[in-house]
Design a protein around this ligand. Structure first.
Ligand code: AHG
Ligand code: MN
Ligand code: MN
Length: 339
């Protein structure tokens, strides 16, 4: 009988780590499991996307004015249902909903946590079968009781209890942090269990990849233009010229750069001074993971985790990757001012 090496499931891992959280009574464990359950359901639909009527647009726009894809709507509804039913979360902020969804039913209004989420990230890539993802942030509520409120969600990244993403790629992975490092779990579809496959994930010290949509070059700040040229200079001692890799799904670009070492850049432009990515459910959770993996995440001048959100869907420039790479980008931004 071939002995399968001992696998650690997501539930076993959290329970093993539970001892590190004496105050926790299992609520965060149950909440993470609710997210994992929803991820498995979304994963099933994505894998069948080419075969069933789940592709294409849902025929309406979301609060961002972006055309919603059927899978955006399906993923959003799946995560909301799982979180509402789980009882650990009393409110949700979603990319797909203009306002906070608060759960005032008896069961969930007692939930200690709130969740901000991008239920499906990289939607524009669905039809081309490119990896997409889900991004989530978990905060402890600050309001006393009753269904959660907007103030529960408008918290800086420094207050995050946990953050993670699911990447629906060649394999489906759940990667998350609760503030004690980053761990990656790969879904074994034959039994529907997330198994620990990437313990203690960390950026390589130095990276050789830069990821940015260079189609927007003419709209970039001078500091970003200078940094792109720096990446393209010939200097073998510092592994330059770097390799350019950009797929257009934040989760997929970030995950590749975390594994192989690279910087992801989504700057503000003259067209969109605050950039495209949303602070609450894209930049802040990714920043928490990046910092916990020994990297850095900045808006070009300050730490993403320190930005106090004022509105649910506010945007922020995002530069994230190994510390040395983000430091270099920030030095160019400083030299060139805000031009
Ligand atoms: P979403 O599908 O949730 O709207 O996110 C798409 C985002 C992000 O995933 C990606 O990094 C970025 O859009 C790509 O934008 P460009 O196509 O402008 O490069
Ligand atoms: Mn997104
Ligand atoms: Mn999205």
């Amino acid at each position: 009988m071939v002995q399968r090496s001992k696998i650690t499931t997501l539930t076993e891992f959290i329970i093993q780590r539970q001892s590190e959280y004496p105050h926790a009574k299992g609520a965060l464990t149950r909440l993470l499991n609710d997210i994992a359950t929803a991820a498995k359901i979304v994963n099933r639909e994505i894998n069948a996307a080419g075969l069933v009527d789940i592709l294409g647009t849902a025929g309406r726009e979301n609060v961002q004015g972006e055309t919603q894809k059927k899978l955006d709507v399906f993923a959003n509804e799946t995560f909301i249902t799982a979180l509402k039913g789980g009882g650990e979360c009393c409110a949700i902020a979603s990319e797909e909903n203009e306002r906070v969804i608060n759960f005032s039913n008896e069961f969930s209004s007692l939930g200690k946590y709130v969740v901000a989420m991008d239920p499906l990230d990289g939607s524009s890539n669905i039809e081309s079968n490119v990896s997409i993802g889900t991004i989530f942030s978990i905060y402890r509520r600050v309001s006393e009781a009753g269904g959660g409120t907007q103030e529960d969600l408008l918290q800086a990244g420094l207050n995050l209890t946990a953050a993670g993403y699911v990447i629906y790629g060649s394999s489906t992975m759940l990667v998350f942090t609760t503030g004690k490092g980053v761990n990656g779990f790969t879904l074994d579809p034959s039994v529907g269990i997330f198994c620990l496959s990437h313990p203690d994930m960390r950026f390589p010290e130095e990276g050789k990849i830069y990821s940015i949509n260079e189609g927007n070059y003419i709209y970039f700040p001078q500091g970003v233009k200078r940094y792109i040229k720096y990446c393209q200079e010939n200097d073998p001692e510092t592994f330059r010229p770097y390799t350019s890799r950009y797929i257009g799904s934040l989760v997929a670009d970030f995950h590749r750069n975390l594994i192989r070492g690279g910087i992801f850049l989504y700057p503000g432009t003259t067209k969109q001074p605050q950039g495209k990515l949303r602070l609450l459910y894209e930049c802040a959770p990714i920043a928490f993971i990046a910092e916990q993996a020994g990297g850095k995440a900045s808006d070009g001048h300050k730490r993403i985790m320190e930005i106090e959100p004022e509105t649910l869907h506010q945007r922020s420039p995002l530069f994230t990757g190994p510390r040395a790479m983000v430091d270099k980008l920030e030095s160019f931004m400083k030299q060139c001012g805000n031009k």
